[in-house]
Design a protein around this ligand. Structure first.
Ligand code: GLC
Ligand code: CA
Length: 554
């Protein structure tokens, strides 16, 4: 395998709006990020992914871009962005941005011109289609609910949007449009950006016949992702995108890819793949409800363990996956993947350990390193997220009682990850001196960075040690390139695997159960590398208390 510069890196996702507000307007900003680069450096972070900071009306929190070449005023200026790049570089860190090119904002100049003249040059940047039998061109449901087709006022003509109606899909069949996107990507890379996280990218290929599909819900619509699952040819676009941009800059790219057709993984992340890596969502997909969040199954330990380890085996055969516990679209991992009794600092450390030492590129999401949890939501009006509001309506329409619909949204809402970062026990968790744009999780008085800096047993201090272990020159190669083998799978509540490189082997083991367990080892322990609590192994037995994790070489 050819070694790449990013193989042994640790990444961190910043959700700029909620990270740190430096000017008191209640919205996180670039100044705030710059002021915390040393904090991230100390955590051991190499690559920082910024969720969108481009000019946007923020209908979908910046995933609706109105100008690909401008920084949102809310976040700062291009000069501040350049400072961020320079300051990161000084510290040996890399910045990657979100690349949202399946769609743009309806406020983008291209779309405004297209809407004014759908038959003109810009009309072909989007998908305009005539209606069918007095209705939209097909029966697709958008990811955020409702039809994928929005009517052009006064005409029997519709445009396609797979997300919100304010996010019209870009017509990738148009070579002029594609060229303009590549130019934009290269413009950022020339500036010194290290790469991109690539949003919703599997959706760029459409079936141009837009055939109706069998309805899969009481609304008579079919999820537009079913069209994505069937259509061929996305690879042609992705190859051209890679060759016209990323490849020339040796950029690091991480794709957001759901709905991949079977057997395609090597094409996406192999040696000659479209991307450096893609996120591993296999554990997250366990909560996919048949219809929505209201019927999302609870994640069971056995299914979670199997999903993670199966995905590792699949990844090993193809390339590197990017491992996450949570991100800005998911509830907090501590609340989701741990049973009630394990939603503690020990549990947060345990979950972090088994995730960060997997094979692949670890992405830590802001606040994960202090064990942030889901928020308590008392009213549907507390939510900002467009998708949460849709899921609430969906639940009510299915006859789910209000309290239950609210609870389902509380458990699954993307806003759980979007509450402000908890820096201290001061007002608004130290996030802003003004009025925060989004509710602060009231648990900030207990869970915050400042308190955890002082406490040698804190989740934060543990994460620093954990990342340092992964990057320790003695172990770095093994944690980067070592194979993964599931271990102790016959033990009901144990998540364990080995990492092996040459004649060196490390065991990562965690007891997710309520009762203590003892693991019998087939060879003697050489060295205890890490544990989240006092442990007394013998030569070949490893006793683990409830919520205890350990890393040994043996
Ligand atoms: C991706 C983003 C999500 C956004 C959607 C539309 O899934 O992660 O936040 O809403 O794409 O851009
Ligand atoms: Ca601000």
């Amino acid at each position: 395998m050819n070694k790449k510069w990013w193989h042994d890196k640790v990444a961190y996702q910043i959700y700029p709006k909620s990270f740190l507000d430096a000017n008191g307007d209640g919205i996180g900003d670039l100044e705030g990020i710059i002021s915390r680069l040393d904090y991230l450096k100390e955590l051991g972070v190499d690559i920082i992914w910024l969720s969108p900071i481009y000019k946007s009306p923020f209908v979908d929190q910046g995933y609706d871009i109105a100008d690909y070449y401008a920084i949102a005023e809310e976040f700062g200026t291009m000069e501040q962005f350049d400072t961020l790049l320079a300051e990161a570089k000084k510290r040996g860190m890399y910045i990657i941005m979100d690349l949202v090119i399946n769609h743009c904002s309806d406020k983008h100049e291209w779309f405004r011109k297209a809407l004014a003249d759908p038959e003109g040059e810009y009309g072909d940047y989007f998908y305009f289609r005539p209606g069918k039998l007095g209705g939209p061109p097909s029966n697709y449901r958008s990811y955020f609910g409702g039809s994928c087709w929005e009517k052009v006022p006064g005409r029997d003509l519709y445009y396609l949007h797979m997300f919100a109606k304010e996010q019209p899909d870009l017509n990738w069949e148009n070579p002029v449009l594609r060229r303009r996107l590549y130019d934009m990507v290269n413009w950022w890379l020339d500036k010194g950006l290290a790469g991109f996280r690539i949003d919703a990218i599997i959706n760029i290929k459409k079936d141009l016949d837009f055939p109706d599909l069998p309805p899969d819900g009481p609304d008579g619509l079919a999820g537009c992702w079913r069209m994505v699952e069937q259509v061929q040819g996305v690879g042609t676009f992705l190859t051209e995108l890679r060759d016209s941009t990323f490849r020339q800059h040796d950029a690091f790219t991480v794709g957001e890819v759901f709905n991949m057709q079977p057997g395609q993984l090597p094409r996406f992340i192999g040696e000659d793949g479209y991307f450096s890596t893609i996120f591993d969502f296999s554990a997250h997909c366990l909560s996919d409800g048949g219809h929505g969040w209201y019927d999302a199954p609870k994640v069971e330990f056995a299914a979670w363990r199997k999903a993670v380890l199966d995905s590792q085996a699949e990844g090993m055969a193809a390339g590197f996956k990017a491992n996450i516990i949570e991100n800005h679209d998911e509830p907090r991992g501590v609340s989701r993947f741990l049973p009630d009794y394990a939603q503690t600092p020990a549990g947060a450390k345990m979950l972090g350990t088994v995730s960060l030492l997997l094979r692949g590129i670890p992405f830590i999401y802001q606040g994960q390193e202090i064990g942030m949890r889901n928020c308590r939501w008392n009213d549907i009006r507390e939510f900002d997220d467009i998708s949460t509001r849709d899921q609430y309506r969906l639940a009510l329409a299915a006859g789910v009682p209000e309290a239950q619909a609210l609870a389902a949204c509380g458990a699954m809402s993307r806003d759980n990850a979007r509450t402000p970062m908890q820096w201290s026990s001061e007002k608004n968790a130290g996030f802003t001196s003004g009025t925060p744009w989004m509710k602060v999780n009231p648990n900030y008085t207990q869970i915050n960075v400042a308190a955890q800096e002082e406490d040698p047993d804190s989740v934060l201090r543990y994460y620093r040690t954990l990342v340092a272990l992964r990057k320790d020159p003695a172990w770095r190669e093994l944690f980067t390139y070592g194979s993964v083998e599931p271990a102790f799978q016959d033990r009901e509540n144990v998540m364990a695997y080995t990492r092996t490189l040459g004649d060196r082997r490390v065991l990562v083991a965690a007891n997710f159960g309520r009762e203590p367990v003892t693991l019998n080892l087939d060879r003697p322990i050489k060295q205890l590398l890490l544990s989240n609590g006092p442990i007394a192994p013998t030569k070949d037995t490893l006793p683990l208390a409830s919520c205890q994790c350990v890393v040994i070489s043996y």
